[in-house]
Design a protein around this ligand. Structure first.
Ligand code: HEM
Length: 480
């Protein structure tokens, strides 16, 4: 009790503490370079920021014109800001670009922290939970079995599986959100993906720029946002004309909820724009992330085939030929260690999404003034040599009992008020897709290729592996 009072007092004091009494944040001297850092470091900003942490420590600042950004590089300081002091750091940076992309601040991922945002996040969270309870497990199983069929169809030829992973994970969220499934060849799906990817890339490229986006880039962004809005609007109109099917999908149940909102105790009125933007959030959040993670996993397994064999043997011994259920998780420790190690080595949202201090606060004893932009470097936290031995090597064994790795130091989904809204969906997908794939196939590098996949990757908002091809060879248990 005494400790809680002390910490509350310190917390209050830090708000009024004049800047001069707090040590000043370390950081590179004059950061005129940051102007176009994304381009300077072109393909791997998280590695660059992690290298700077070796020099300046777990928390440092970067200046960009009038904006100061604070980069957090260890799970301890990230948790202090995002979890312990969540109410100080739950904001999002305000910018014209974010305003355009988020439908005037009506999205969950880019909307600023306020009463309206809280009501929207709560409504989407309960609709997602409800739909997942009804159908998520079956839905992932169905997609995993479909993926199996597609892979068998390749008949041992070397192929790039990235698009198949995207279709499988995308179908999970489009079914939950819109009640719709697509084929790889569907032009509607291709248009939706290319438009959403373009928006994320253009928005991401504006993070580390001092200047506003140049006109041609900005007009491209406006064009893609208009395309996106047209597609989502068509979906919503179709929903409204099919009232019966509405309640089984997230979007449908949110649309129905709009009518009842006058009665909410919080007195916030959500609108169709909130439903529209929440649909966009779910589609963006759930597609590229999980698919990119699956591509990373297969790429790493090609480098260490004995890990693949060990997972396969565990699946055979524990499940005796049947397909896994999510409830088998605790009986498959090596598979779970592989998943944890991949989330550690390749957190697919390596810099999360920038946060903003909504009031004066502090992190690790440093004063952080209101409106400071906070970048949680999740990639850096997962490669912190103070926490992980041999942090850059792929060793799922570290998460087995006595292996020295602790899942507590993992933070791939962020934390606090802005914790990834789809964390539980993602965890079930990663488990089931990986288990099905490794039960049914052995992944082998094509003989014709001199080298294994490049494991450095390319990072914009999502950290992706460079394209590679692989042979999916069916295991004996796999019936065609
Ligand atoms: C936000 C990671 C899958 C929906 C985030 C954030 C991270 C993250 C790091 C930012 C947290 C922050 O701002 O501090 C991941 C990873 C995934 C994944 C690693 C898979 C491997 C999903 C899925 C969905 C989803 C499947 C939807 C079903 C969202 C949404 C946000 C978000 C809506 C914005 C939350 C907010 O601003 O309040 N995710 N995500 N994500 N994610 Fe995920």
């Amino acid at each position: 009790h005494k400790q809680r009072i002390q910490s509350a007092l310190l917390h209050c004091l830090s708000r009024f503490l004049p800047r001069s009494t707090s040590p000043s944040l370390p950081g590179p001297p004059s950061f005129f370079l940051i102007g176009n850092m994304m381009e300077l470091t072109h393909d791997h900003l998280p590695i660059h920021l992690t290298n700077l942490a070796q020099r300046y420590g777990a928390i440092y600042r970067l200046k960009c014109g009038n904006t100061t950004m604070v980069i957090l590089n260890s799970s301890e300081v990230i948790r202090e800001a995002l979890v312990k002091k969540w109410s100080d750091f739950a904001g999002r940076p305000l910018s014209y670009t974010a305003d355009i992309v988020s439908g005037g601040g009506c999205s969950i991922s880019l909307g600023d922290y306020n009463k309206e945002w809280r009501a929207q996040r709560r409504a989407v969270h309960s609709a997602l939970q409800r739909c997942c309870r009804q159908s998520l497990h079956n839905l992932i199983e169905r997609q995993a079995l479909h993926l199996r069929k597609v892979l068998i169809g390749y008949q041992g030829s070397a192929v790039d599986l990235a698009e198949d992973f995207t279709v499988a994970t995308s179908n999970v969220i489009t079914t939950l959100a819109l009640g719709k499934e697509y084929n790889k060849s569907s032009s509607e799906l291709q248009q939706l993906h290319s438009c959403l990817n373009e928006i994320v890339a253009l928005w991401g490229s504006s993070w580390f720029k001092c200047s506003k986006l140049p006109n041609p880039v900005f007009s491209r962004l406006l064009k893609e946002v208009a395309k996106r809005d047209e597609m989502i609007k068509n979906h919503l109109s179709r929903y409204k004309s099919q009232a019966k099917e509405n309640k089984d999908t997230i979007t449908g149940s949110l649309l129905q909820g709009l009518d009842k909102q006058h009665n909410t105790e919080h007195g916030v009125l959500l609108t169709e724009t909130h439903v529209h933007m929440a649909t966009v959030d779910l589609l963006i959040g759930a597609t590229e992330t999980t698919a990119a993670w699956l591509s990373w996993t297969v790429a790493f397994l090609l480098h260490r085939p004995e890990v693949q064999t060990r997972v396969y043997e565990e699946l055979c011994t524990v499940l005796e030929g049947r397909y896994p259920k999510y409830s088998d998780k605790h009986r498959l420790p090596f598979l779970c260690s592989l998943i944890s190690e991949m989330l550690r080595l390749r957190p697919v949202a390596p810099l999360a999404v920038p946060h903003r201090a909504i009031r004066n606060s502090s992190v690790a004893g440093y004063f952080i003034p209101k409106d400071t932009v906070i970048i949680p470097n999740l990639f850096g936290a997962h490669h912190d040599p103070a926490v992980w031995s041999d942090p850059y090597s792929f060793r799922p064994e570290r998460f087995l009992e006595g292996g020295g790795g602790s899942t507590h130091a993992l933070i791939p989904f962020g934390g606090g008020a802005r914790l990834c809204l789809g964390e539980s969906v993602a965890k079930m997908e990663l488990f089931l897709f990986t288990a099905y794939l490794l039960r049914d196939f052995q992944f082998i590098p094509p003989e014709s290729e001199a080298s294994l996949p490049d494991l450095r990757g390319v990072a914009s908002v999502v950290l992706k592996v460079k394209p590679y091809t692989v042979i999916a060879s069916p295991r004996p248990m796999t019936n065609p």
